[in-house]
Design a binder for this molecule. Structure first.
Ligand code: ASP
Length: 308
């Protein structure tokens, strides 16, 4: 994994090859990626599919009610509702997504059910309609007192200034490859804290928060979703890898496109993770502080992405 997290040559020049896994590989965003990776790895080791791995891996973080940006422990919107977004995609491009889910513990499983049990790709507010997904317990469906207190405090000024990095536990996006080279990805979030009621970010949008194409690679995103949607970020990363870019360079170019289109990004974070179809992988963030977890046969490590 030498060189991971360090910048290679700029796009368009001779590229320095980045790290490459020669066996199964799981990448996840942020520090909470470590326990998620561990679960996904266990699923792969026990003969589960790569799709099972990316679903069950992120479920660990959805069930962590101390997490303020994923699952039912997440910060609410400005009206006090916790609304969840998620999506999943497999090697063949089959995809499922849900947005604006309330009171279900595992939106990622609802997204998978949309993919496997309906002829559609995306449902809004789904849960019972696809017959999958466990309703939260009464306890979990209420905003926890600490989160409510922070929201009440925020209401005093209602100053909406997304600072995606500060608490270092944003959306979990996961991309993985099994021993046969099959890819899959998942993404799940409670979205930006204190968002406008009904706001949907990039995380459930195929091509924005996640994109998987077994022929080319897989990528996922975290950070300010509006920036990612406007540039179809994860799709951009995969298409750049298809053209031969190293994963880190592809992530960097997607970040640079965001930079070129927006004036003041000083308080915003966006990060991309990518695996190319040959097992090469990389990451890049708009700002310093984007961490990602890498699980290979050599272990589970948290790395700092390059940025700029
Ligand atoms: N991308 C997520 C969203 O915009 C938030 C995040 O990753 O921090 O909803």
């Amino acid at each position: 994994m030498a060189g991971c997290g360090q910048r290679s040559e700029a796009a368009g020049k001779q590229l320095v090859p980045g790290p490459r896994a020669d066996g199964p590989l799981v990448l996840s965003t942020w520090d909470h990626g470590l326990p998620a990776n561990e679960k996904a790895w266990e699923v792969l080791q026990n003969g589960g599919s790569v799709l099972d791995a990316v679903e069950q891996g992120v479920m660990v973080v959805e069930s962590d009610f101390t997490n303020r940006s994923v699952g039912l422990g997440g910060n609410p919107d400005r009206d006090g509702h916790v609304t969840l977004d998620a999506c999943i995609q497999d090697h063949h491009g089959r995809a499922g997504a849900v947005a604006f889910v309330q009171r279900y513990e595992h939106p990622i499983s609802i997204a998978r059910a949309v993919m496997e049990r309906t002829p559609h790709v995306m449902l809004v507010g789904a849960g019972r309609s696809v017959g999958r997904g466990r309703m939260a317990s009464a306890h979990a469906s209420l905003i926890c007192p600490k989160v409510r207190a922070a929201w009440k405090e925020w209401l005093k000024t209602s100053d909406y200034a997304p600072v995606a990095n500060i608490e270092n536990h944003d959306t979990i996006g996961m991309v993985a490859m099994d021993a046969k080279g099959n890819l899959a990805g998942s993404c799940t979030t409670s979205g930006m804290a204190y968002k406008v009621h009904g706001r949907v970010g990039d995380s459930p949008i195929i091509g924005a928060g996640l994109f998987v194409d077994g022929e080319a690679g897989a990528a996922c995103a975290t950070g300010v979703g509006e920036l990612v949607i406007r540039t179809a970020g994860s799709h951009t990363v995969v298409e750049l890898m298809r053209q031969g870019m190293e994963p880190e360079e592809a992530c960097r170019e997607a970040v640079q496109r965001i930079r070129r289109k927006h004036k003041d990004l000083s308080k915003m974070q966006v990060g991309f993770l990518a695996i190319r179809a040959d097992g090469a992988f990389g990451a890049y963030g708009l700002q310093q502080g984007f961490t990602f977890a890498v699980r290979t046969a050599q272990g589970n490590n948290l790395l700092q992405a390059s940025h700029g």
